[in-house]
Design a protein around this ligand. Structure first.
Ligand SMILES: CC(C)(COP(=O)(O)OP(=O)(O)OC[C@H]1O[C@@H](n2cnc3c(N)ncnc32)[C@H](O)[C@@H]1OP(=O)(O)O)[C@@H](O)C(=O)NCCC(=O)NCCS
Length: 178
């Protein structure tokens, strides 16, 4: 940390579709407003029409609670000076969650520019640095966009979540890191 991912290959730095370098780093406490705004836009992009209205209505409060509890785990992607997405992992040292990809979200206005790919690479690098040889996640079964994204990046379906029939598990093997 931080990790700098070069701009998209094959596009000039001035191309409108090229976010330029993507910097991935821990979020700063002063960035609460920008972070929550981006996270809410992306959360709604994933779950509007998928989750019950009560969950949609609770989303701003839910995101504020997540910030209060999990801010230290949030790693943001900054593209052109803007907070464009984030990931977070489960707690380091936890027996089952240390290699769990908890969040991976990209602002809807900035999707399909390689930011999710960069966040995924940084997240797996962080998991591997914890000594894990695989990572896992849960994704809503009807979240086709996210499932296509993860499959494209090498994750495989690992069956329904035993605790929640709306979710499917995915996993990926990692190169062990010294
Ligand atoms: C899923 C998500 C993180 C992808 O982020 P992104 O920045 O758009 O992804 P990238 O541009 O890095 O895409 C990498 C590859 O994933 C695949 N992919 C991404 N979006 C896709 C889509 N809508 N449909 C099919 N494949 C897709 C493609 O293979 C893509 O490579 P390509 O653009 O060269 O074809 C983003 O759509 C998002 O934030 N969704 C809402 C939040 C969410 O559902 N998060 C997951 C919760 S478990």
């Amino acid at each position: 940390m931080p990790i700098v991912v070069p701009g998209l290959p094959g596009l000039s730095a001035s191309h409108p579709a090229n976010p330029g370098s993507i910097l991935i780093r821990p979020v700063h406490p002063s960035e609460r407003g920008a972070f929550i705004g981006m996270a809410l836009r992306s959360w709604r992009d994933a779950y509007l029409g998928l989750l019950p209205q009560a969950d949609i209505d609770d989303a701003p409060a839910m995101m504020a609670r997540a910030w209060d509890k999990r801010q230290a785990a949030f790693r943001v992607a900054v593209a052109d000076g803007v907070i464009a997405g984030f990931y977070s992992l489960g707690e380091a040292g936890h027996p089952t969650d240390a290699n769990y990809l908890w969040h991976l979200y990209v602002d809807p206005m900035l999707q399909r520019r390689g930011i999710g790919r960069a966040l995924n690479a940084a997240a797996l690098d962080e998991v591997a640095s914890r000594g894990a040889t695989a990572a896992w996640l849960d994704v809503h079964a009807a979240n086709g966009k996210a499932r296509a994204f993860y499959r494209a990046l090498g994750w495989r379906d690992a069956g329904p979540d035993p605790d929640d029939p709306d979710l499917v598990r995915m996993d990926i093997a990692l190169e062990p890191k010294q």
